[in-house]
Design a protein around this ligand. Structure first.
Ligand code: ADP
Length: 295
């Protein structure tokens, strides 16, 4: 089963065009939707999760019309929104039991088996009787995945799931997602490049509502190979470099300012070649567009 999105458009009542002719094919497995804040990721996720209407375009999942057959989509959808509120006083065991019952798992022993397997899968068994309000950020996110998995979803959408997680919690969450991604479509929306390079076989970069790159992360990285150059500079000289060449990113290393420049040829003898990675692809796509939108 594939999710086919075609020419999706959305303009909010304040005039912001959040989605511009978005066209994507999303196969089974982990799909990364990468973009800076305000790119349109949540708008796309909410549309696919049937929580808001698009102005035009289509989305189909197998034979389901995602934009029209909302009830059908909800039957096969697991959604972990960006802001995931929990009832603080209830335990994860009781909450999952309750949601499973709402989702139609009416047989008591079947529900018990389901809840227990979800708690084990998301590594929450040891805290199953603790109230959700006492959970760490990572535990809350894993609980969010547990509830999203009820009903055996074919499409799972997770919106910015690792923001605020510490490194160990992030790794645990990644492992959980990639396990799930083996036989479902999982769309991971994020502004964190590493989340996508570590987890996803397919991806798209979205910026100012438009899909600006799509494909396999290694193939996209291959596309900028041999065109990334680096140099340590004086911080005060940054503007001059930005004026003269296409500086795609700037970062600090051991207190020094390093720039990455995209160029077919070595900008000058003071630059060194830099091994291209997905972050270079990402910044090469978004930096110039974001700069233009500010001007
Ligand atoms: P992202 O998830 O990538 O951060 P969003 O989809 O939340 O991006 O936002 C895309 C653009 O649409 C932004 O400019 C944002 O300010 C705007 N936007 C999002 N939701 C609304 C809304 N309900 N009403 C008006 N503008 C919105």
């Amino acid at each position: 089963m594939e999710l086919q999105i075609k020419d999706l458009n959305k303009t909010y009542s304040n005039g912001v065009q959040a989605l511009k002719d978005v066209t994507l094919t999303i196969p089974q497995g982990m799909f990364g939707l990468l973009g800076p804040n305000g790119a349109g990721k949540s708008s796309l996720m909410r549309t696919l999760a049937t929580l808001q209407q698009a102005d035009s375009g289509s989305a189909t999942l197998g034979d389901i019309d995602v934009l029209k057959d909302k009830a059908k989509v909800r039957e096969i959808l697991g959604y972990l929104p960006q802001e995931f509120g929990v009832y603080p006083k209830i335990s994860s065991y009781n909450m999952l039991n309750h949601i499973a019952s709402l989702k139609g798992v009416s047989n008591k022993s079947e529900r018990k088996d389901l809840v227990e397997s979800l708690l084990n899968k998301t590594n929450l068994w040891h805290v199953r009787n603790k109230s959700l309000g006492t959970y760490s950020g990572g535990m809350k996110q894993r609980f969010g995945i547990a509830q999203a998995l009820i009903g055996d979803p074919r499409l799972i959408i997770v919106d910015e799931p690792t923001a605020g997680l510490d490194p160990a919690e992030r790794i645990r969450f990644h492992n959980l997602l990639s396990e799930i991604g083996e036989n479902t479509i999982v769309i991971l929306s994020t502004h964190i490049v590493d989340d996508v390079s570590n987890l996803c076989n397919n991806m798209a970069i979205i910026c100012l509502g438009e899909v600006v790159a799509k494909g396999n992360p290694s193939e996209l990285t291959e596309g900028v190979k041999g065109r990334i150059w680096k140099k340590a500079i004086e911080k005060g000289d940054l503007e001059e470099y930005q004026f003269e060449m296409q500086v795609i990113s700037t970062y600090l290393k051991a207190g020094r300012t390093i720039i990455h420049v995209l160029s077919d040829n070595k900008p000058d003898s003071t630059f060194e070649p830099s091994k291209a990675n997905l972050e270079d692809v990402y910044f090469a796509e978004i930096t110039s567009r974001m700069a233009l939108s500010v001007d």
